[in-house]
Design a protein around this ligand. Structure first.
Ligand SMILES: CCCCCCCCCCCC(=O)SCCNC(=O)CCNC(=O)[C@H](O)C(C)(C)COP(=O)(O)OP(=O)(O)OC[C@H]1O[C@@H](n2cnc3c(N)ncnc32)[C@H](O)[C@@H]1OP(=O)(O)O
Length: 176
């Protein structure tokens, strides 16, 4: 499903995750407020979205190769941001508008690991929405190391229900 670009093929504005509401910006993978997190950033790129992340040595599976759980996290958070952006745009917004971007949660995550993913190079995840419902989006994302397609994901994202407010651990989220 094609998406209207927000600012042309080389978007230089905020990342989707920069515009999540504060209470929904603590995710380990992409929460801007999580000091120990990965701080993934997803940007529009034409009809697609893109996240670039360079794994650190501790993200190792075996020497020289990336741990599959990290790959799943990259695909997960990137796909959630892709779905959130699609829902935001459907409501008539563009990234950079003052209204926060709605937060989606992962209902389903499927990852196919196609080739070993090398450490030491930036990884690029590209995503697109293939189905958009009232509260649901199905996103397909592909993870590349250079030109090599290493993993592919299909993710079902659901808009966080209004009742889904942060739990009792909330007070512990904020760093000292
Ligand atoms: C307190 C902490 C705050 C936490 C706040 C967290 C915010 C940050 C989250 C960051 C991202 C994550 O890591 S999330 C963490 C991992 N995920 C979770 O914990 C989510 C746990 N699951 C849930 O809470 C729930 O199952 C939901 C919200 C995903 C869906 O429940 P619901 O709201 O009742 O919606 P429901 O009507 O069942 O489904 C809506 C649409 O999605 C489809 N759908 C639902 N589940 C699936 C599925 N597994 N596979 C395929 N499709 C599915 C349905 O068919 C339907 O499609 P149609 O009929 O419309 O076509």
């Amino acid at each position: 499903m094609p998406m209207e670009p927000d600012a042309g093929p080389a978007h230089r504005g905020p990342a989707v995750q920069d515009r999540y509401p504060d209470d929904f910006a603590w995710c380990y993978g992409c929460g801007r407020h999580n000091p120990a997190g990965l701080h993934l950033k997803t940007y529009p790129d034409g009809d697609e979205t893109v996240t670039v992340f360079e794994p650190r040595p501790e993200h190792m599976a075996v020497p020289g190769f990336v741990y599959g759980g990290l790959i799943a996290s990259l695909i997960d958070c990137h796909s959630m941001a892709t779905a959130s952006l699609a829902l935001y745009r459907r409501d008539g917004h563009r990234l950079g508008d003052p209204e926060p971007v709605p937060r989606c949660v992962t209902a389903s995550l499927k990852v196919d690991y196609l080739r070993p993913t090398p450490l030491g190079v930036p990884l690029t995840v590209r995503g697109r929405v293939v189905e958009l419902g009232q509260r649901k989006a199905v996103v397909e994302s592909e993870l590349y190391a250079g030109e090599t397609l290493c993993a592919r994901g299909q993710v079902v994202a659901v808009l966080a229900p209004p009742a889904m407010t942060p739990g009792p651990a909330g007070a512990e989220r904020r760093p000292g």
